[in-house]
Write a protein that binds this ligand. Structure first.
Ligand code: NAG
Ligand code: NAG
Length: 253
């Protein structure tokens, strides 16, 4: 299952500006590395040159060359695109600058800070009949937000009939996520939820036990504790009765 991740401007690597303050002109450039996947496979490098609010010329690593948007911008784009070596360097920025810095950023957020999730697997009661059934795998209180929640049926990863929320911030630095699996129960099949996170040394895998819905399990637990309590009371009563009756024998008549 692939989770959609919110695109973020994770790095502002360079910000240089030169203003003609007296006239209120503002010419500036910025470079950004934009990505959303942890493996940086979707990394895009943008090198942007603007005058006041307008973008003059921009390099986008997906495009691979400068594109001008204004008259002077088009001129600069032609000039810079003619510079083969300069263009090669610009194209290499994704590997040279973006990925190493994103890796640094990521580890800085991880070292000593990763908090593994608590995982719960439960069934969701659906309105109108029992089939298909719905299971919910919830991961709570984890940091940072990058997490993988997947479903397995007899050890094989299930891709269809899976819906998931995004990683939701709790507002206290922790995140939670909820993934749902819709399925038609079959006897003898094993359904599991697997959660992987930077705070874990190995994924948490929880198997679903279809024979016991949650309410039933609670009933059995209560029943069992009631039985234990009953045995204790009975034993106490027996001991008390034995003591009393043996005491009675000792009293001479
Ligand atoms: C970079 O170019 C690609 C391809 O044209 C485009 O899909 C993407 O939105 C551009 N990125 C930015 C930040 O402009
Ligand atoms: C770019 O190079 C081409 C051919 O190499 C040349 O015709 C053109 O004038 C150059 N453009 C600029 C803006 O230098």
């Amino acid at each position: 299952m692939s989770l959609p991740k919110v695109l973020g401007c994770h790095l502002i690597l360079m910000l240089s500006s030169f203003t003609g303050a007296a006239n209120g002109y503002y010419e500036y450039m910025w470079s950004r590395c934009i990505y959303s996947n942890r493996d940086f496979s979707d990394m895009v490098y943008i090198d942007n040159y603007s005058f006041n609010k307008d973008v003059d010329v921009q390099f986008n690593s997906t495009v691979g060359y400068y594109v001008g948007y204004t008259e002077p911008g088009v001129h600069y784009a032609q000039l810079w695109n003619n510079d083969t070596i300069g263009l090669q360097q610009e194209r290499a920025e994704v590997e040279r600058v973006c990925k190493p810095n994103a890796e640094l950023y990521y580890t800085a957020h991880l070292i000593g800070k990763a908090v593994p999730p608590k995982v719960k697997l439960s069934s969701v009661t659906q309105a109108g009949g029992r089939h298909p059934a719905m299971l919910m795998c919830s991961a709570y209180r984890f940091y940072p937000r990058w997490i993988t929640v997947s479903w397995m049926r007899d050890g094989k990863v299930v891709k269809s009939d899976v819906t998931s929320t995004e990683e939701m911030p709790n507002g206290d630095w922790y995140y939670q996520i909820h993934s749902h699996l819709e399925y038609t129960p079959k006897s003898g099949e094993k359904i599991s939820c697997a959660v992987d996170h930077a705070g874990l040394t190995k994924p948490i895998i929880i198997d679903w036990d279809p024979s016991l819905p949650e309410s039933e399990r609670n009933k059995i637990a209560i029943g069992a504790s009631g039985l234990v309590l009953g045995i204790i009371i009975a034993a106490a009563g027996l001991i008390y009765y034995k003591k009393k009756s043996s005491g009675r024998i000792l009293v001479p008549s």
